[in-house]
Structures are given as C-alpha cells and as structure tokens.
Design a protein around this ligand. Sequence first.
Ligand code: ACO
Length: 361
Amino acid sequence: MSNGLEDVVAAETVLSDVDGLAGRLIIRGQPLEALAGRSNYEAVLSLLWDGFFPDLPTDLRQPLADARMRVFELLRADLHLVADRPTFDAMRALMALLPDGTELDSALLLAAAPGVLLPALLRLRDGEEALSPDSSLSHATDMLRMVSGDAPGAELARALDTYLVTVADHGLNASTFAARVVASTEAGLTSSVLAALGALKGPLHGGAPGPVLDMLDAIGRPENAERWIGAQLAEGERLMGFGHRIYRVRDPRADALKAALQRIGKGGAVDTGRLALAATVEAAALRALKQHKPDRPLDTNVEFYTALLLEALGFPRDSFTAVFAAGRVGGWIAHAKEQAATGRLIRPKSRYVGPMPKVAA
Ligand code: ACO
C-alpha cells in the first residue's frame, strides 16, 4: 500500500505516455515537440477525441467556436451570480450548470467553457462588460480577445495555443484520475470534469504557477535568489515549479513553454528584467535542490514557465489554474470516455487500521 499510489498502474490508455526517465511526453503517438508550437488546440482536441465519439467531425474549429457562442448564451445571465467569487471557483460553479451528457455536444460545451467563462469573469471583476465570443476566430485567439478586448497579434495567439496544446493531456495525473473515477460510475462528462477541476486546483497540481510568481516577487532581485531559496528549503518549504511525481529529469513541457516565451520575447511582449530574474532563480533553485535532496532528482516542471508565459499573455496570476483547465479539459473528456468504454467501476480497497468493536465477554 502506498498513500500516493506511486507506481500503481490504474488504467490502460491510448491517449498519452509520460516517460519520467527519458523526459518524454507522447500524445497519441506524437511527441510533444511535434505538436507544441506547430499544431493548434482544435487539432489536438481532434487527436485526443478520435474514436471516442461516433459523430466526431474531422475539423473541430467551427464546432468548438459554435460551442463558445452557446456557452455564452447559456450562462451569461448567471455570470453576475458568482462574479465576486475567486475566479477558479466561479468558473467551476458555472460549468456545473452545463448539461451532464456523455455525447459530443456535451463534450464541446465543456471544452469551450473555460475559454469563454474565464475571460468573462476577469472582465466583470475589472468592472467591464463580458464580451461575446467571435465564432470566426480560433479558440486561442478568441480567448485572448475576450480577455483584453483587442484582437491579439498572431504570435501571442500562437503562444497561448502552444500552452493549451502542451497541457492538453499528461497521463494519469491527479485530475485526470479523478475524472476517470467519476466516469467509471457512468456519470456524465460534466460530473467528471467538475471532479477534475477540484483536483487541479490544489498547489501540488495545477495551483502552482500563481505561487511561482509570488516567489519571483518575494525574491525581487537576482542577487537575492540564493539566500531566499536557501531559507525556504531550510524551513521545509517546497519551491513551486520544481519537482514532479513522474519526471526524474526536466519536464519536456517546460522547454516547450520556454520556447514559446522566447518567441514572444523577440516581439517585445516579455519584460526582459523578469526573464533575467526567472533564469537566475531557476538556476539557483536547481543548484539548491540538488544539495537539499541529493538522492531525489528535482528539476523544473511545467508550472515554472507556465507562470512566465501566462503573465506575458496578460492573464492575472490568480487565473492561471483556470487557463490550465482550458487546456486540460480536452484530455479529461477523452479519458472519461475511455474509462467509461471499459464498463468497469473503479473501486479500490482500503486497509482498516482503526479500532475493532469490543467483543462481549
Ligand atoms: N521543493 C522542495 N522540496 C521538494 C520539492 C520542491 N519543489 N518537490 C519535492 N521535494 C522534496 C519533498 O519534500 C520530499 O522530501 P522528503 O522525502 O524529505 O519528504 C522529496 O523531495 C520527495 O518528494 P515527494 O513528495 O515524494 O514528491 P512527489 O512525487 O510527491 O511530489 C510534487 C511531486 C507534488 C509536484 C512536488 O515536487 C512539489 O510539491 N512541487 C512543488 C509544487 C509544484 O510545482 N506543483 C506542480 C506540479 S506539475 C503539475 O502538476 C502540473
């Protein structure tokens, strides 16, 4: 028995493979490097959903755009009910109102929802009106437009696409497992996605990138990095954006996102001081972690560069986990369908270590 179920194989999947020793991620037969920065979110949705819906169109760009319009129409009146709540919680509450089916229509609404609801909630929070989606745009372009109010440049849209593609699926991570457990009970896709959203929120999973920026702010200047990091580790704190359950080497997603950041950096969209600070902090953290845990390789994970990229794209840090959900939702849906197709309820056992009833003398 291990509390974290490490090394337990709990599902067979055709969706993605995470090789923690080689630092390799394969999504349906394709290495991440062939998809990130080269494909777009709609195409990766098609890849992930292939074979799980009998009526899946070959090109999902228009169906997903139409679904964005429908999500906005369905939920716009409810936005104000939750607009004062933390963004992630508000988005989750609204997504709970979507139909709980298992067919393609439900899947499209769920996949579209974070890309519509997050921008709407951010705008309402800033005292502005939520913008209606534009069904002529790609998912990433429209999402950025609905946040800022302006059509983003092609490079920025490509950077968000790279992010959404990079995080679309990643083996049996905590949120995906949660989605599969719920799907195994024959509940609908919305129920599965809600469970996954709950699991994603925690700082050990999808809640880390906001705190990565808090760490950079606390460090402030490159020359403070070593001292600050040493003090954190001495206090038993974890460094956000480092370490992973599966990877024993660098998370390949970190490199995909770093490349996207460098691309938009050339166009001037990234604060160069911020980048220099991040580079120093990363190097200092890796050195310190090596000393701190010589027997446990701890390297940079996806969240470190997620934080820098999403900040450069104009997302506030308390919305990063919701942007993560906008990408991972495609994977959750595919896994939920794959699990449901096995027809097998997930129901492990626990070992009772509590008191036994007293036997009467
Ligand atoms: N900083 C400092 N120490 C760490 C870190 C870290 N980031 N990560 C692991 N360690 C230490 C642990 O304290 C532990 O020490 P111990 O044996 O003395 O208790 C040892 O390394 C092994 O850690 P585990 O807890 O076994 O590693 P696990 O596989 O459970 O952790 C996790 C993976 C949760 C991601 C961890 O590395 C962590 O907390 N990282 C920081 C949060 C983070 O970046 N989360 C995002 C992960 S990526 C994602 O989910 C999308």
